[in-house]
Design a protein around this ligand. Structure first.
Ligand code: MN
Length: 233
């Protein structure tokens, strides 16, 4: 082959592109980290930018990497969507339960938040269901906040739609969620889930979890909750 600088540059560019693609999306990686739908500072002052960056990039990133790392030992994972995995989680070891739950829970968490003033409000249909099950929006929020504050150690608080159509508040430990086929859980379709692990709030709030919960209501993305409620029918 004659030495052609143009051809050499083309080969170098292609090689660099392949390296970039391999780093961005390894061929074995079934599960991937969704980007934040807003900047890391967008939820200030309720949630600070540093917490958002560490929480998304490192914590959620680790759940995704660890879940992908479980595919080899659990080949059934390769044929399951993240949603479908939740309902079959009892068939898998703890590492899949923890990291698969972590990936699902955080993916919904980023989606059900929006910058202050941009999250809209509950739809008429959602509000009617909330009133039927709790009496009022405020009563639902009070019950949700109490469940979030009372969760001992690490876990989540949830607003769910149960199989009978009613709404309920529940909470789960660690990275469990109400979609999981585990006998100890109250099951339902999650409409809104709040992370109360210390990594979600400690930099700004330290031990004051109730202050974090209270501030978090200002960044709830009701449009997304409305969408999840409509899809759960
Ligand atoms: Mn978290």
């Amino acid at each position: 082959m004659t030495h052609n600088p143009w051809f050499h540059r083309l080969l170098c560019s292609l090689a660099a592109l392949l390296v970039t693609l391999a780093q961005a999306a390894p061929a074995w990686a079934q599960f991937s980290l969704p980007p934040l739908p807003y900047g890391p500072e967008a939820l200030e002052p309720a949630i600070d930018a540093t917490t958002m960056t560490i929480h998304h990039d490192r914590h959620h990133g680790a759940y995704v990497a660890n879940l992908n790392g479980q595919i080899k030992a659990n080949p059934k994972l390769a044929n399951l969507s993240l949603d479908a995995l939740q309902g079959q989680i009892s068939q898998f070891p703890a590492a899949v339960r923890n990291n698969g739950g972590g990936h699902w829970n955080h993916s919904q968490f980023w989606a059900v938040m929006a910058p202050p003033g941009q999250g809209g409000s509950p739809s008429e249909a959602l509000l009617a269901a909330i009133n039927a099950s709790f009496g009022s929006l405020e009563a639902m929020q009070t019950q949700f906040s109490q469940a979030a504050a009372a969760r001992f150690g690490s876990g989540w608080a949830w607003l769910i739609r149960k199989a009978d159509g009613s709404l309920a508040i529940t909470s789960t430990a660690n990275q469990d969620n109400p979609l999981m086929d585990l006998p100890e859980l109250e099951r339902g379709t999650p409409l809104l889930g709040l992370d109360v692990w210390e990594h979600a709030y400690y930099l700004r709030y330290q031990n004051r979890r109730p202050d974090y919960i209270s501030a978090w209501w200002s960044v709830v993305n009701w449009e997304e909750v409305n969408r999840r409620f409509a899809a759960s029918a």
